[in-house]
Write a new protein. Structure first.
Lengths: 301, 388, 295
């Protein structure tokens, strides 16, 4: 029991950060699952993070109210971004969203009244790992429902081929706009989760680092199923800790190499519904063949 | 009535004094931690943007542990064991490292952080875990919060004021132009302190050129500063910009006076910029070539032997942090818990073993007494600065 | 007035570095369809290669620059073959390559830290032309003139290569549609290798020149170039080197002038405001053609 407690005390924070990153990854997945590569999750996270931190710090808003506010803030930012960016062609979209991340940092640095500027903000509240896990489970539940809904089907259709989807009466614009709203809400939640975990945020907190973490987590875990981003975030967050334990001298290099190897050998990610499907199909085929052979034998006999 | 109370007060005073005396003598003599190995967690910054300084802090700490264990400084059979976890100057990674240390029952204290925001992020974590944290690099006022958070780094201010006064007296500049980091509060404070001294001495501010920490091209800012035609240019920026600014000023043909801060004191900076640094004064607490207390000498000797190069101001801080923890441990009894150690560290009034010739501690914050003004010579030596 | 012109030249030279880097970045993006997060490390490693060529072997300035350029190009080819080539067959689109490029970014950045001993190094002042050229009342550092000329030569050269030669036509064809290009008799493998090398070499040139003139050879070099070079690519349009060159120069000049005449705190804000304006108002860059649609 004691060793278990020790383990939790030592790696509890890794689990916590993994859940925070899972929010970011889910937010990225939300847009990616409609075929849009966008880094704007960082922007939504910044909005959610600073908003909830200020609400908690200046107005004494409790935790349970700060999270919905962050979600709303992120969602609102997402609506604005989607309105401006969705008409861009996909390659431009990726560049533009990355540019927006840079702009966000500069804006945050130059609005000390809202963000504390370079000195950052002390966040007076802390979120417990269990609360965070519950919130994440809630999000996962929503994603699970969405995956099996009309929206999920439409999203997959738009991702595979937007032109074909629109001939079937699905408006790619509306599906992608909805995806952005989901991404904004989840990203805002993630931003608040990070703020209440670190208890200190600054413009540097919401920058390229998160952008790369979330996209790597999503693709590493698999961007074709909602479970992928969560698994990916866990693996990507645990990776540095594991590498530190194994090869502390070159932990960063080792982390990069592992990421590289996974991507080369499992380019569709760790959670790949198509691979499950293929495997199931193969099994079915085998069974059928066996049954057929048996039937043929019976017929001959 | 009056007389009685006075007498009573006198008696009470004597008793209190005697008690204090008794405690003062008896405390260290009686207190002794049980023999054994005590873990100290060191959150390294050996990679990332500040790795150049991070490596020095780490080496200083390594040397201190070797010395403390070798000489039995804490007591018979009491040894320290340094454990390292890398943060790369990233707040989230530092928090993870700290929680891992706090899970390790053998770790009794942790030392960390060059960046103030990172230290600020660790503060609530270490206080929750009741684990003493000694800051070895960050200098934002208000960071220490004894007993769990203490800092052995003197706040900027006094040494900058001292040098500015000296420069105002000897150089008598009429106009001064300042370089300052727009995004670093520590250097903004240093700049303001220096500017105040200069303006009080009658030197007008010809211009203030702000730059950002991540900047690398300083040709344009240098052009801007030279165009204000000042008698003196003071550079209050972090290391890479400071080195770049001075190089750019000289490369563009500025031949006037320049002053800087201790960021240009490490040897690699001179190796990089070369003779352009010569004659530029900077305030400094420790420099291998001119610090001459016995502790400083043995530190320099031991460091040079172990690492094949002279220590810099950062390695001196890493070294001091470990001796500070050791001193706290020395004043505990039996098998100290982390809370016992934190209490003992919180009560330290002055660092016993340091290379600065005295470091008093006030509310868990080191104060600086003896700063020097030094400069590089054209052939790469640090000497006491004189107006030439 | 003298100050104005001097700052103009400072900005031009600075912007030329951004543009040089951006040209390489844009080349990979438009021809190979890869958003390469590791591109900044090519510049860092080119500068490191140039530095060690000088430090260890005492080579003259042109050789040091050549070492950096070739080093950057070869590194780009190696990264492409290890990190991107295996994914091409598997059709993972932009995503897979983005992740492997992030992996390479982590690896190469970390190794660059080891290579420089975590320090920021600088070329010795005697190893490159460090005099001032006097032009009337103006004094211009030689390195600035070299940088400005380097951009000019590279822009014209690469523009002609892409627009007027058979190789360029093949590059554009691969950028349009790799499979179709292969069917049309283009050796796609060769074009990919050549593009990767050219991109690495151009950004490598920016790295060496930047490392020399800013006295900063370290892994932070590439990162800084990446942020601004990226902006140049977006403003200029990633499929046109002329646009990138002009946008880069403009960004450099604006940056210097905002710092000189307004305030440093607004400097980056201005750059990115411009970026945002272009994204919204003219999302194909300066020379971007309206009917350009990627496959």
């Amino acid at each position: 029991m004691e060793t278990l407690l020790d383990l939790w005390a030592g790696y509890g924070s890794t689990v916590t950060f993994a859940s925070v990153n899972a929010f970011f990854a889910l937010s990225t997945y939300a847009v990616l699952s409609t075929g849009v590569l966008s880094f704007t999750t960082v922007v939504f996270a910044a909005v959610g993070g600073f908003l909830s931190a200020q609400m908690a710090g200046k107005f004494g808003v409790p935790l349970w109210a700060a999270f919905p506010m962050a979600a709303l803030g992120g969602g609102f930012a997402a609506a604005v971004v989607a309105g401006a960016f969705l008409r861009l062609e996909s390659h431009w979209m990726a560049l533009a969203s990355l540019a927006l991340v840079l702009i966000t940092r500069v804006t945050a640095l130059n609005t000390p009244l809202l963000t504390g500027g370079v000195n950052g903000l002390i966040v007076p509240l802390r979120v417990e790992p269990l609360e965070l896990a519950l919130l994440l489970a809630l999000c996962a539940l929503v994603f699970w429902r969405l995956h099996r809904s009309w929206y999920g089907l439409a999203a997959r259709a738009v991702r595979e081929d937007a032109a074909v989807a629109s001939t079937m009466g699905i408006s790619p614009y509306r599906v992608q706009f909805a995806a952005f709203l989901i991404s904004g809400v989840v990203g805002g939640l993630g931003g608040a989760a990070l703020a209440f975990t670190l208890q200190f945020i600054s413009p540097e907190t919401y920058f390229i680092g998160i952008a790369f973490t979330m996209i790597a987590s999503t693709v590493l875990g698999g961007s074709f199923h909602w479970l992928g981003p969560i698994v990916g975030a866990a693996v990507f967050t645990a990776l540095p800790t594991a590498m530190q334990a194994i090869v502390p001298q070159i932990e960063d290099v080792a982390k990069g190499v592992v990421l590289l190897l996974i991507m080369i050998f499992l380019p569709r990610g760790l959670i790949d519904p198509r691979a499950w499907g293929l495997r199931r199909a193969a099994r079915l085929r085998e069974e059928n063949e066996r049954r057929q052979q048996a039937a043929e034998r019976d017929a001959h006999a | 009535m009056n007389r009685i109370s006075k007498a009573a007060r006198a008696v009470r005073g004597v008793v209190a004094g005697a008690a204090a005396l008794a405690a003062g003598f008896a405390g260290p003599a009686l207190a002794a931690p049980a023999a054994g190995e005590y873990g100290v967690g060191f959150i390294t910054e050996n990679t990332g943007p500040l790795a150049a300084a991070g490596v020095s802090y780490h080496r200083g700490a390594q040397l201190a542990v070797d010395e403390i264990n070798g000489s039995g400084w804490i007591g018979q059979g009491v040894k320290l064991k340094l454990g390292e976890k890398e943060s790369g100057s990233d707040a989230a990674r530092a928090v993870q490292a700290l929680t891992q240390f706090s899970a390790d029952r053998n770790v009794i204290a942790v030392t960390c952080c060059i960046l103030s925001p990172v230290a600020a992020a660790l503060k609530p974590v270490t206080t929750n875990a009741k684990l003493p944290l000694v800051i070895y690099g960050a200098t934002l006022p208000g960071l220490p919060q004894p007993p769990y958070v203490t800092s052995i780094v003197g706040l900027p201010g006094p040494q900058e004021v001292k040098m500015s006064k000296m420069l105002a007296e000897t150089l008598k500049p009429k106009t001064v132009t300042y370089f300052v980091n727009a995004d670093n509060e520590g250097f903004q404070n240093r700049f303001k302190a220096a500017q105040k001294v200069m303006e009080e001495a009658g030197a007008k501010t010809a211009g203030v050129v702000s730059i950002l920490s991540a900047d690398t091209d300083f040709t344009a800012p240098a052009t801007q500063a030279i165009a204000t035609n000042p008698d003196l240019i003071m550079v209050w920026t972090t290391q890479t910009p400071a080195a770049g600014i001075i190089a750019a000023l000289r490369a563009r043909g500025y031949a006037g006076k320049i002053s800087a801060s201790d960021v240009i004191s490490p040897a690699p900076v001179f190796k990089k910029i070369g003779p352009a640094l010569a004659g530029v004064p900077f305030p400094i607490l420790f420099a291998a070539e001119i610090s001459s207390t016995p502790e400083a000498k043995s530190f320099i000797e031991g460091y040079t032997k172990k690492f094949g190069e002279a220590p810099d101001t950062y390695s001196a801080q890493g070294y001091t942090a470990l001796y500070y923890i050791a001193q706290g441990l020395k004043n505990t009894n039996g098998k100290p818990t982390r809370e016992d150690l934190a209490a003992a560290i919180g009560q330290i009034k002055s660092n016993d073993h340091n290379v600065y010739g005295g470091v008093p501690m006030v509310n868990g914050q080191a104060e600086v007494e003896n700063s020097l003004v030094a400069n590089w010579t054209a052939d790469g030596k640090v000497v006491r600065w004189e107006n030439k | 007035m003298q100050l104005f012109v001097e700052q103009l030249i400072n900005g031009w030279a600075l912007g030329s570095l951004y543009a040089l880097f951006g040209i390489g970045f844009g080349l990979v993006f438009s021809t190979l369809g890869i958003l390469n997060a590791a591109h900044g490390t090519y510049a860092s490693w080119a500068a490191i290669a140039g530095y060690y060529a000088v430090d260890r072997f005492g080579v003259p300035f042109p050789v040091a620059v050549a070492a950096g350029v070739v080093g950057g190009g070869l590194l780009a080819v190696v990264v492409d073959q290890i990190g991107f080539q295996p994914l091409r067959a598997k059709k993972t689109g932009m995503l897979g390559a983005l992740i492997t490029s992030i992996a390479f970014w982590i690896i190469l950045d970390s190794l660059a830290g080891f290579a420089t001993g975590q320090q920021s190094l600088a070329f010795p002042a005697t190893s490159y032309p460090n005099q001032m050229v006097v032009l009337g009342p103006l004094r211009v550092p030689q390195m600035q003139i070299i940088t400005i000329l380097a951009l000019l030569v590279c822009t014209v050269g690469i523009y002609l290569l892409i627009q007027k030669t058979r190789i360029g036509a093949a590059m554009r064809a691969v950028g349009w549609n790799e499979v179709a290009a292969a069917l049309g008799g283009v050796n796609a493998r060769m074009v990919i290798l050549l593009t990767a090398f050219l991109a690495g070499a151009t950004s490598g040139l920016a790295g060496v020149l930047g490392g020399i003139s800013t006295s900063n050879v370290s892994f932070t070099l590439g990162e800084g170039l990446m942020l601004k070079g990226f902006a140049a690519v977006v403003v200029g349009g990633y499929d046109d080197v002329r646009g990138t060159a002009i946008a880069g120069i403009c960004l450099g000049v604006i940056e210097v002038f905002v710092a000189q005449y307004i305030s440093t705190s607004f400097r980056d804000g201005f750059t990115y405001l411009l970026l945002l304006a272009f994204l919204i108002a003219r999302p194909r860059g300066l020379f971007g053609s309206a009917n350009f649609v990627r496959a």
